[in-house]
Unconditional design. Structure first.
Length: 110
């Protein structure tokens, strides 16, 4: 599987050897956005066109397009871990939010 990106959207792409065609689907949405192409150039164009069509469709209906991620998520943990995280953030001289984001970024980029 390969991942393509356009605007804030990511899509998983696969190659169907029997049909000799690339096909993809935008990830992390409740709405379904698919596309296909016989070449890489065609696939890229189809991906962009599908996202733009989706955005135009939402605009026509007066709806906000669904975004893959809002940038916010809730983390539940044990109170002792919460206390330890707050202490670590204070020692680092940053907010708990900044400490968590920094720690997660380091872990994700390893």
């Amino acid at each position: 599987m390969t991942v393509m990106r356009y605007k804030a959207y990511e899509a998983a792409v696969e190659f169907d050897d029997e049909a000799e065609i690339f096909h993809g689907e935008v990830l992390n949405l409740r709405d379904v956005i698919t596309f296909q192409g016989a070449s890489v150039a065609e696939l890229k164009t189809a991906f962009r066109d599908s996202v733009e069509d989706y955005l135009a469709f939402c605009k026509e209906r007066g709806e906000e397009p669904e975004k893959p991620f809002s940038g916010q998520f809730v983390v539940r943990t044990e109170p002792s871990a919460h206390r330890a995280f707050v202490s670590a953030a204070r020692r680092a001289g940053v907010s708990l939010n900044k400490w968590v984001v920094s720690t997660l970024e380091r872990a994700a980029l390893r």
